[in-house]
Design a protein around this ligand. Structure first.
Ligand SMILES: [Zn+2]
Length: 110
């Protein structure tokens, strides 16, 4: 497991101004974006949810900031769409959760 599994840039909706790329890998408390100071503690893959036309895979990355000791999660939700017997990734939603898994909000997509 590695922080490399999380993209360095995701798209954040700015409403009418379109999309802006941001780095999702930064501390939710102190804003530290230095990946050598962010420690990946655990990768938790949740049961995938399937439906007729596709599925959703949720993966939580538990991360500790070595600057302020804050623990938070980056949650990736991969939305897969089945098409002609093939799997096609439609989008991935990125959310940030605090240590107690309270959702701090939807960050963006990639
Ligand atoms: Zn921090």
């Amino acid at each position: 497991m590695s922080l490399d599994e999380i993209p360095n840039q995701i798209k954040v909706s700015l409403g009418r101004r379109g999309f802006d790329p941001i780095n999702p890998k930064q501390c939710s408390k102190c804003g530290n974006p230095n990946q050598s100071r962010l420690k990946l503690l655990e990768k938790i893959e949740q049961d995938k949810v399937t439906h007729e036309k596709g599925e959703k895979r949720t993966i939580d990355y538990k991360i500790q900031c070595l600057n302020c000791q804050n623990i938070f999660y980056i949650r990736l939700q991969h939305l897969i769409h089945y098409q002609d017997d093939e799997e096609k990734r439609v989008t991935t939603k990125v959310n940030i959760l605090d240590e107690n898994k309270n959702d701090l909000g939807w960050l963006g997509n990639y």
